[in-house]
Design a protein around this ligand. Structure first.
Ligand code: UDP
Ligand code: MG
Length: 338
């Protein structure tokens, strides 16, 4: 890595004409500051990914990119959503930049934290998460649904960084690793902790949106949460099996109860057989669905074809061939030296 890393700030934009000018100016000023402080390479830049906007977003990006070399643009063919737009940008920069920082176009996330991200990067961290200190700028509804979401994900065994959205720095190594995750439903917040490597957190306060409206209405939020759960966990399927076994067990008690009722003569004819078979078959059905589901769960994890591991430092290949190992570049051997 060169002394000063080439940084690209990736900004997904969907109908952001109201904030874009301001965002470009603020990010450019910051970039200048970072270059002056020798934290980043003078060729560092901003990549605005237009996610199929239908307003002036793209024409603004294209116009500015002609006048200013630090502004780059990528126009997606149609609206694919925040996550995919972000991935498109990150994939684009992976080969060129030494590190990338992703941030929303409305600059709700505090850009002052970017300097701290870079300090951490220079200390040898590959992934730096921007973590919100508080959620005071959110509505009560958004705050409580977000908390519920984190809790639910946690219960399902999915590791998420609490109060971290998509404001983060990733080194070239981390970006290269990310490209090994080929799944279509790439839920970044869940995948990135799977990459491993050296990670750090930087705390900041999130502001209100400068202008324009949130592009995440309730419907999109719910589908995002559902996507997160179903891309990571097969536990909901296992839950069906458990309910099945529970009902099956209950059918034993139902049998005893119904039998006693029959002996006491308080049951109408036919009632006993119906009530017993109801519980028994219900349980059996659910167990059957659960078992089929277990196999589907196996297919689900197989088709994702996630990498089994990532390599941080490889002293084997480099010692035998004298060359750098394939895949991720070997890190400086001892992180303290970075
Ligand atoms: N965004 C996008 N495609 C979409 C929706 C949103 O690229 O389909 C971008 C948007 O321009 C912004 C970021 O994703 O840069 C986050 O959106 P927003 O600020 O509206 O979400 P909120 O902060 O309200 O959760
Ligand atoms: Mg926002």
């Amino acid at each position: 890595m060169s002394e000063t890393p080439l940084l690209t700030v990736v900004v997904p934009c969907y109908n952001e004409e109201e904030v874009l000018e301001d965002t470009m100016e603020k990010l450019h000023n910051l970039l200048e500051e970072l270059v002056n402080e020798k934290l980043v390479h003078p060729k560092s830049n901003l990549l605005f990914v237009d996610d199929g906007s239908c307003d002036k977003t793209w024409s603004m990006i294209a116009k500015e990119s002609v006048h200013h070399p630090w502004i780059k643009g990528l126009k997606l063919a149609r609206n694919v959503g925040h996550q995919k737009a972000l991935i498109a940008g990150l994939e684009k920069v992976a080969e060129v930049a030494d590190c990338a920082i992703s941030i929303d176009a409305d600059l709700q996330d505090d850009i002052k934290a970017i300097k701290e991200f870079l300090v951490k990067f220079h200390e040898g961290y590959d992934i730096v998460y921007g973590v919100r200190r508080r959620r005071t700028t959110d509505t009560f509804f958004k705050r409580s649904t977000a908390l519920g979401f984190y809790r639910c994900m946690n219960k399902l065994g999915i590791e998420l960084i609490y109060n971290h959205a998509d404001f983060r720095l990733m080194s070239k190594r981390a970006l290269t690793e990310l490209r090994r995750y080929k799944e279509k439903n790439l839920f970044l917040r869940g995948i990135i902790p799977l990459i491993g490597l050296n990670t750090a957190e930087v705390f900041y306060d999130r502001k209100e949106r400068l202008a324009g409206e949130s592009k995440y209405p309730l419907k999109k939020m719910l589908s995002f949460a559902f996507d997160g759960i179903t891309s990571f966990s097969v536990k909901p399927i296992r839950f069906i099996t458990y309910i099945g076994f529970f009902l099956f067990l209950l059918s034993g008690f139902a049998f005893l109860y119904a039998f006693v009722q029959k002996l006491l003569g308080s049951a109408d004819s036919g009632w006993t057989s119906i009530i017993v078979s109801l519980w028994f078959l219900g349980g059996l059905n659910l167990i059957g669905i659960g078992v089929v589901g277990e196999y589907i769960g196996k297919i689900f994890t197989e088709v994702k074809a996630r990498p089994h591991y990532g390599v941080d430092i490889d002293l084997y290949t480099s010692s035998l061939t004298g060359e750098k190992s394939e895949g991720i570049e070997p890190a400086v051997l001892f992180n303290e030296e970075k």
